[in-house]
Write a protein that binds this ligand. Sequence first.
Ligand code: ATP
Length: 316
Amino acid sequence: MTIDQAIAVTGLRKSYGEHVVLDGIDLNVQRGTVFSLLGANGAGKTTTVKILSTLINASGGTIRVAGHDVATEPDAVRAAIGVTGQFSAVDNLLNGRENLMMMADLNHLSRADGRRRTAQLLEQFDLVEAAGKPASTYSGGMRRRLDLAMTLVGSPRVIFLDEPTTGLDPRSRREMWQIVRELVAGGVTIFLTTQYLDEADELADRIAVLDHGKVVAEGTPEELKRQIPGGHVRLRFADPRGLDSAKRLLGQATDDTDALALRVPSDGSLRSLKTLIDQLDDQAIEVDELSVHTPDLDDVFLAFTGDPAKEKVTTR
Ligand code: ATP
């Protein structure tokens, strides 16, 4: 593990009886970056987070988090990390300020330091006005912000965010993303699991895709998208004559679901679009509509993870 590595995992295995959940996975996360773990429901994301955050033991492999071995130095790991999961630590009966002060007590901060840290976090998370109201009255977005603020009381260097924006409205999601970016700018490392691929695309420096207990793809969002074929231009024609002429002209075009449309393989670059439009213009072929489709993380996810129908058959 180098000094720049916040998380170093080699050969991580976890089984429940006969059921192999993690089948030897390697993960390396650089300090001050966002690393996102993607996988279908049941792929083992939460299990990974639980092992990395010392909540459960691995069946095998070596795992170092914030410079410490989770098996032999779990207390040192715990002191360096924060975890916000799908189940919030917020106490509904307490108000926002009291929730934060409670965390300050748990982290053994002095009364004065606890007050100072609480005031600072209320400010940072835009909860000053709500600080005196019971958490039970908070909206979903406010609750998530309070939950994350509570995790930060102990100034963790590595934060595990398990599905941080599930169920939030678009504005609250964006606020959460902004907070994550600010944390990373301050040098914190974020290990993010999410079911929203646009979230991983937006935030993650690197992504690993988990499937059937193995990491089946790993890289920057751009690298992963480049590995996936499927970039194309979709052309829709005014009439069947235009369609037929275009089909003859553009040898590798394939039919679209729309009867008057064609898909032409393309990397979506301006140069290739210009060539295509010039070709159509030269033949005076009229195009009603042109749209460019580049692979997104949805395509990456679908290409790398198992076919759910197939999985059903094999697990029966
Ligand atoms: P989701 O997106 O649904 O939260 P996940 O990727 O986080 O999925 P995990 O919760 O890590 O998935 O579960 C992975 C697999 O491990 C599942 O098949 C689950 O049934 C199994 N599993 C998890 N905990 C246990 C346990 N305590 N005993 C037995 N099997 C378990």
